[in-house]
Design a protein around this ligand. Structure first.
Ligand code: FES
Length: 303
């Protein structure tokens, strides 16, 4: 009997627990229309270029949104602590205002990342955004109330904002850790390919100037023959694992690059570094050499 009750409880938890709810959100098509429209509008508004790269976090080598979000959440959490401790209300107001001001670049960075995600990630991200917008509205109302001397209402509004913001933060965590949005999807080649040189394929089998995919043990490689030389990168794009060998080859400021076919991340062929996001991590590179019998050999590079 006890076992039955336990099994029922487990079933209920599996169906209504926070992870189960977030999983259901991933699969729900109910909000697909606004999701599609907003993602399109963001992509149209924030065109490829310096601003978009900065918002993605390309200059710092990792997504900009999570650290910015931590600043706002930290400010609002600290506001609640000060309120509970009955500290100087001016300090609470200052923290509240700092969190609100910081929410603007945080939202811009988050929206930019979100516009280039898979649909399942965008569904969760959409609710994450709605929760955070609601929380932001409550914190703003709280600041206004405090500035008008309505300290008690201001505190209540802050606590409500923190509650909704916690839901938003949970969904942000789900996106980052369950759905791997913002994570580096390029294989850790040093873990998957033993050190040293490995035979890849005969150079004569490769087309000139057109990238192809070749397997090396567990991983797939982007392989490009240029005359007697060969360029080899990990084939999975670090952004969301798009196939780089299907990408376009372009020249950017005199440097040969490949553009990912999925969301346009651009990597220098020379060293795999990111020229344009949304990817922020470089594509792993391989050193190459050609044996006398024409066999290409590769070994993991330093990036
Ligand atoms: S998978 Fe998104 S840019 Fe490559």
């Amino acid at each position: 009997m006890k076992e039955e009750v336990r099994a029922k409880r487990r079933q209920l938890r599996d169906f209504t627990g926070p992870v189960a709810l977030a999983d259901r959100l991933e699969k729900s098509k109910a909000m697909d229309r606004p999701v599609r429209a907003l993602a399109k509008a963001v992509r149209r508004r924030i065109r490829p270029g310096l601003l978009r790269d900065v918002l993605h976090g390309v200059p710092i080598g990792e997504p900009l949104h999570p650290p910015l979000a931590s600043v706002s959440l930290g400010c609002w959490m600290s506001t609640a602590v000060l309120d509970l401790a009955g500290a100087d209300p001016r300090a609470a107001r200052l923290l509240l205002a700092t969190g609100i001001a910081n929410a603007v670049p945080t939202a811009a960075a988050g929206l930019t990342d979100w516009s280039s995600l898979h649909r399942e990630q965008q569904r969760v991200g959409f609710v994450h955004m709605l929760s955070n917008l609601t929380a932001l509205g409550l914190f703003s109302a709280s600041l206004l109330a405090r500035l008008r001397g309505r300290e008690r209402s201001g505190r209540l509004l802050s606590f409500a904002g923190l509650g909704i913001g916690t839901l938003g933060a949970y969904l942000g965590g789900h996106m980052a850790y369950r759905q791997a949005a913002g994570a580096n999807h390029a294989p850790q080649v040093s873990h998957l390919v033993p050190l040293g040189w490995h035979d890849l394929c005969p150079i004569k089998d490769l087309p000139e100037g057109r990238p192809v995919a070749r397997r090396l043990g567990y991983i797939q490689l982007f392989v490009l023959r240029r005359g007697e030389g060969v360029i080899v990168l990990a084939d999975h794009c670090p952004h969301l694992a798009g196939p780089l060998h299907q990408g376009r080859l372009v020249m950017e400021d005199g440097e040969a690059c490949v553009v990912c076919p999925w969301h346009g991340s651009t990597f220098r062929l020379g060293d795999g570094s990111v020229r344009h996001g949304p990817a922020t991590a470089p594509a792993p590179t391989f050193e190459t050499r050609v044996r006398r019998d024409g066999t290409i050999q590769v070994r993991p590079g330093l990036t």
